[in-house]
Design a binder for this molecule. Structure first.
Ligand code: GAL
Length: 805
């Protein structure tokens, strides 16, 4: 839901040059700038008069963990990313003008990890243990209008280990300051549904909760205007002279829209509702809600349907971190991830295992992704000693209700998940908790099905299933049971919540090696050095003992109509959970795309299966010892066959037979040029070449965008490739690349995708990993130019210019 309070044009000049004056009449303002930060616990830091002049100045979103150094002794352990956690403070001084007196001033945090307490002028406003939930406080009780006020936030992420993945630490999402009239749309106060949809018309039902701090019985006029995707007014409804009760009153409105443009994954048409509240004919509030018109269902025998048409959910799981940026949310970084997934053919996302930044859901609405929005990774039974199980009893109802209230207008969301692989699955207490959680969700949103990611496929043993509360059964892994699910769970609807958990590193193929070992399936023996025979189809055979090769599980889900789809574990590598490797491994190996955003080979497997785009991808690289036997794999689509040539000599034509997802040639290595040609009806569709590379000779820089916004937030992702003198990628190059940046931008992060790199994500240098690394460039708030130079000993340097506007 993009529910924003429209910003008034009313401008007030700062009373004090260095202190922001905020809180303009009826507004929602970004409150990210001008914070001060101190790492460590600081006594009295909540007090208004505390002297924070020595503290570091920064803008939010901010994650202090990502700035730290990896250490095996960090209490989050390498499962949590091996970065420091701890306690820290944020403070901000601001003025709300005297002219706003009588208004309600509210602060909203999209997410603080974790266990935050917020004070205004030394008075506690409240605590929020959950690090992934959005929350709001009313500042009025302790606010001084027209004077300096101090907001102080203590963040306590010191209790560790608290997470099975990297959480990040700090105020890592946006903060907003709202000024509202005493009568206004309440927090997350709209709920828009479209109960009847046909080609000719759609019924739009709008429930608006109006908060009334004036006096019980006060009246207001409420108007909702609907704008179509092009911004044209297509409907309007008025509720005149509405009598408002004590605090919150729900107003129901309904209207019809002709010829609705439906939201779907290819054409994600979005409508807007603008709610205006009038008092004595004066506008006292405006509130925008973005929504979509679409209908969907899960069928037990035939899977998922969007707007009446069957659609397999081709999804991935992602955690919330953004690689080198850590947990600090950035819209462009998230958008880039979704762009890459979309190009792979992905149409669905599971927000493992927590509610995401609200802007991620806005992106899913805009870009056409179907979302499973998930609340928890544990209930009362722990997964880590200090995790959320300690807060579950007190906070879970509030947390899950807030997730639903915040997110229920997003057309992208098609499933709520009450939890991932919850331990109570195996315990009778799971029955009551599941019923309660589903009840809380359904009271706020009766329109969407509720699921939980389960692992137990024996019905009698699965207590969450036994609760009878779930609408859709989501099973993680266990692909061998999928065919039999309709027999075991008659009449139920199914999806796979996690698949694969296969280990890969981008561009690294040698076996045995640190990164490609076989993980024994009994789960008891430690993983061992793997298959020493490099030829044994090595590229997709290393996976968690509970998982499977990517191809195996996709072949199962693809063929079973009752499986509505799948969410691969995982779309991107993420910080933490470097199964099964010990420190210094500190980020996961499961991604289809690495942490830096470079696709691994399996990306092209999914692309060949999930899109109609002509595709041809061959691998591995072509730098081996003479005489070594090498398997060459190809993924292709929109073609009948592929022919492979080595130094101009044909190695034969192959085509996928039966269940095959890739084709393979086993050949003795000879240096030179490996070329693949795909053909359809005898005509060439695509050709690809890989050449044996010589020594590293030069650096190549490529920016994903050479013009970015000068808003201080936009990013350009600059990929570095180490090339030989003829322009071939040197596949094992690990040269140290140094960055020098000038002008109106800065380096927000560097990475190379290597899961055990101990280099800092914030350093102005990075070693190449298998020939590649990345610099993330962020704009400053100034139009101009950024010049990035990359140098490395013995290599020809390169510079690139990015414009900011
Ligand atoms: C699953 C779990 C995920 C992740 C994955 C790794 O069991 O739900 O969070 O840990 O395993 O294979």
């Amino acid at each position: 839901m993009l529910a924003i309070r429209l910003k008034s044009t009313f401008i007030i000049l700062a009373l004090f040059a260095s202190i922001a004056v905020v809180g303009q009449p009826v507004s929602r303002e970004n409150f990210n700038k001008g914070w001060r930060f101190a790492l460590g616990d600081v006594k009295q830091a909540q007090e208004k008069n505390f002297n924070d002049s020595g503290w570091r100045e920064l803008s939010l979103p901010h994650d202090w963990s990502i700035e730290g150094s990896f250490d095996v002794k960090n209490p989050a352990t390498n499962q949590g990313g091996a970065l420091p956690t701890g306690i820290a403070w944020y403070r901000k001084t601001f003025i709300v003008p005297a002219s706003s007196a009588g208004k309600n001033i509210l602060i909203e945090f999209d997410g603080v990890h974790r266990d935050s307490e917020v004070w205004l002028n030394g008075k506690s406003l409240g605590k929020r243990p959950n690090g992934y939930i959005s929350f709001q406080y009313n500042l009025n009780p302790h606010l001084k209008f027209g004077e300096a006020n101090v907001i102080a936030v203590r963040v306590n992420n010191s209790e560790q280990p608290a997470s099975r993945w990297y959480s990040g630490s700090g105020i890592y999402r946006n903060v907003w300051l709202e000024t509202k009239d005493v009568i206004a749309v309440a927090h997350w106060g709209t709920f828009i549904t479209t109960p009847k949809i046909s080609a000719e018309s759609a019924t739009v039902s709008i429930k608006t909760t109006v908060s009334n701090f004036k006096s019980p019985g006060a009246t207001a006029d409420i108007r909702t205007i609907i704008y179509d995707p092009k911004g044209k007014v297509v409907g309007s409804v008025d509720s005149k002279n509405t009598s408002l009760g004590g605090t919150n009153t729900e107003i129901s409105q309904e209207l019809q829209i002709s010829n609705p443009q439906l939201w779907d994954v290819e054409n994600p048409h979005l409508y807007k509702a603008i709610t205006t509240i009038f008092s004595d004919d004066k506008v006292i509030d405006t509130y925008q809600t973005t929504f979509g018109i679409r209908y969907f269902k899960f069928e037990s025998a035939t899977g998922f349907y969007l707007n009446g048409k069957p659609l397999k959910l081709l999804g991935v799981n992602n955690h919330h971190d953004l690689g080198a940026l850590g947990a600090a949310f950035n819209v462009r970084a998230a958008e880039r991830q979704l762009e890459m997934l979309k190009a792979m053919g992905c149409n669905a996302l599971r927000t493992a295992h927590n509610p995401p930044a609200p802007e991620l859901l806005d992106l899913c609405d805009k870009m056409g992704f179907l979302v499973m929005d998930e609340a928890f990774d544990m209930w009362k039974k722990k997964k880590n000693a200090k995790d959320y199980h300690l807060d579950f009893a007190e906070w879970s109802q509030r947390d899950i209700e807030d997730m639903v209230k915040r997110d229920r207008n997003h057309p992208s969301i098609i499933l709520w998940s009450i939890g991932n692989e919850i331990r109570e699955q195996f315990d009778s207490t799971g029955i009551a908790i599941a019923k309660d959680l589903v009840g809380y969700v359904k009271r706020l949103d009766p329109t969407r099905p509720v699921t939980s990611a389960l692992t137990e496929t024996i019905p009698e043993k699965n207590m969450i299933y036994q609760s009878g509360a779930l609408d859709v059964l989501s099973f993680n892994y266990k692909h061998a049971d999928y065919a039999d699910l309709p027999n075991r769970f008659p009449g139920q609807k199914f999806i796979s919540g996690e698949t694969a958990s296969a280990l890969q590193t981008r561009g690294h193929y040698e076996m045995p090696s640190d990164s490609m070992r076989i993980w024994p399936k009994d789960g008891k023996t430690k993983f061992t050095e793997g298959n020493a025979d490099f030829t044994a189809s090595a590229y997709d055979n290393s996976y968690a003992y509970w998982g499977s090769p990517h191809e195996t599980v996709w072949n199962v889900v693809k063929k079973l109509p009752h499986m509505a789809g799948l969410f691969v574990w995982s779309g991107f590598d993420y910080l933490g959970e470097p199964h099964p490797y010990p420190y210094p491994a500190r980020s996961s190996y499961y991604g289809i795309i690495d942490l830096a955003g470079f696709p691994k080979d399996v990306y092209y497997m999914y692309q060949s299966e999930w899109t109609d785009k002509p595709g041809l991808h061959i691998f591995p690289h072509w730098n081996w010892e003479a005489g070594k036997t090498v398997d060459v794999w190809a993924y292709y689509n929109n073609a009948d066959e592929v022919e492979l040539f080595l130094n101009g000599k044909s190695l034969g034509v192959k085509r996928k037979e039966g269940d095959q997802i890739h084709i393979m040639w086993r050949i003795p290595f000879q240096p030179g040029t490996l070329k693949a040609v795909s053909r359809k009806d005898g005509k060439i569709v695509l050709s690809r070449e890989i050449k044996t590379a010589g020594k590293p000779a030069r650096i190549e820089l490529t920016a994903d965008r050479k013009k970015i916004r000068s808003d201080g937030e936009d990013l350009s992702f600059v990929s570095v490739r180490v090339l030989d003198k003829d322009g071939n990628l040197v596949p094992n190059a690990n040269n140290l690349i140094k960055f020098n940046i000038k002008g109106d931008g800065f380096i927000a992060g560097v990475d190379n995708g290597y899961q055990a790199s101990m280099e800092s994500f914030k350093a102005p240098y990075r070693m190449a990993y298998n020939g590649k690394c990345l610099a993330i460039i962020q704009s400053k708030e100034k139009s101009g130019k950024i010049r990035l130079q990359a140098t490395s000993e013995g290599l020809r340097p390169m510079s690139i210019t990015i414009k900011t506007k």
